[in-house]
Design a protein around this ligand. Structure first.
Ligand SMILES: [Zn+2]
Length: 375
């Protein structure tokens, strides 16, 4: 199965390359030919828009992590600032210097912008499934690694001639195997600690595969974020997919563990990874000026003492945020008095950016976000 996939991808790269500009124009006036989706598991809108919480940053994480006092002191030094706008820029500098000036970001309740999941469960599998299929399905109600009964917009696009073999997904959490339905979907889904063997190993990829096998494992079903990120970067450089998913997980894990310092560090690292992907694609001719980036979480979290948790009994954890940056998205920046937008709109939005009408094909999916696609 893997071997066939490898051959298929290599043939596609050699044979077709990127869709000619004319094809894209025939599907509507848009410049986006590639989309990268980065999801940051359980990253709260509160930290995204207000920066590190002055009360929580002083709390110490569990002793079991080691040096909780030093971790908290360092986090305070790195992320504490006088105002919310300084704090958020210290925490997520790429989001606040580049995305918020050249793109759009929804979800700051402090200025009347709302973004949320509609699945009612407020945990990961239902959140990813809602985002990637465009609808909530009551059958999707657990985090078990079972094949998604529904087709994601990734699988839907991979079935189209311009995208076949140009779709790939990488994730820290092994359950992405089920969410994307690895057995059925027909594209590379690399998740958890699985080595990437679907392409010939570059020296960097060989090293990442080794680190996946040898690095200490804290969570049995989730690798540290550098693993999926660097795997995805190597794949991007070799195959140049048109649709790429990168799922990061440490924010959620550290939050459940009660370490606010490590939760912030994971958010900061995720922001640097988003910058890394954006700067990388701007350096590659096939991507430069033709790529849209979408960044969002799969759910929110509770407030106050419940910041560590989420789920259907924590209503605030339905609250999310989402950011868009690309050649078709007007630079409206931080959205005020906007929305509500829902995660169920993301699938049709990303398809529309690529000139494809997912919402008509899958009517139960949310409608594309007009402000983002420039309509
Ligand atoms: Zn969680």
């Amino acid at each position: 199965m893997r071997m066939k996939q490898t051959l298929c991808i290599l043939l596609t790269v050699v044979g077709f390359g990127f869709a000619p500009t004319g094809m894209s124009q025939a599907l509507g006036a848009h410049k986006t030919e590639n989309v990268i989706v980065v999801m940051i598991d359980g990253m709260r809108w509160q930290e995204v828009f207000r920066g590190a919480d002055g009360g929580l940053i002083k709390t110490l994480g569990p002793d079991a992590l080691g040096a909780p006092k030093e971790r908290a002191a360092r986090a305070q030094q790195l992320y504490s600032r006088a105002t919310p706008s300084e704090r958020r820029q210290a925490l997520m500098p790429f989001l606040w210097t580049v995305v918020a000036t050249q793109g759009q970001i929804f979800g700051n309740r402090d200025v009347g912008s709302d973004s949320q999941v509609i699945n009612g469960l407020n945990f990961s599998y239902p959140g990813y499934s809602e985002t990637l299929t465009g609808f909530a399905d009551p059958r999707v109600h657990s985090n078990d690694n079972i094949p998604n009964p529904n087709v994601t917009v990734f699988e839907w696009l991979n079935a189209k001639p311009g995208f076949s073999g140009k779709v790939a997904a990488f994730g820290a959490w092994e359950v992405f195997q089920g969410i994307f339905n690895q057995q059925r979907c027909g594209f590379v889904v690399n998740a958890g600690y699985d080595p990437l063997t679907a392409i010939p190993a570059t020296p960097e990829l060989a090293l990442v595969n080794t680190l996946k096998a040898e690095t200490v494992r804290i969570w049995p079903d989730e690798a540290f974020d550098p693993m999926p990120f660097h795997t995805a970067v190597e794949y991007l450089k070799v195959v140049k997919p048109r649709l790429l998913f990168v799922g990061l997980g440490e924010t959620d894990d550290w939050a459940h563990a009660g370490s606010y310092a490590e939760y912030l560090n994971a958010a900061h690292l995720a922001d640097s990874y988003v910058r890394g992907l954006w700067e990388l694609v701007q350096s590659i001719p096939e991507y430069r000026g033709r790529t849209t980036l979408i960044v969002l979480p799969d759910h929110g979290r509770g407030v106050g003492g419940k910041w560590t948790d989420h789920g259907k009994d924590i209503p605030e954890s339905r609250e999310t945020w989402m950011a868009f940056l690309g050649p078709d998205t007007p630079a409206l920046g931080e959205r005020e008095s906007a929305g509500p937008v829902t995660e169920s709109q993301v699938a049709a939005t990303l398809a529309a950016l690529l000139g494809e009408d997912y919402h008509t094909a899958v009517p139960r999916s949310g409608t594309p976000i007009g402000d983002v696609i420039g309509k």
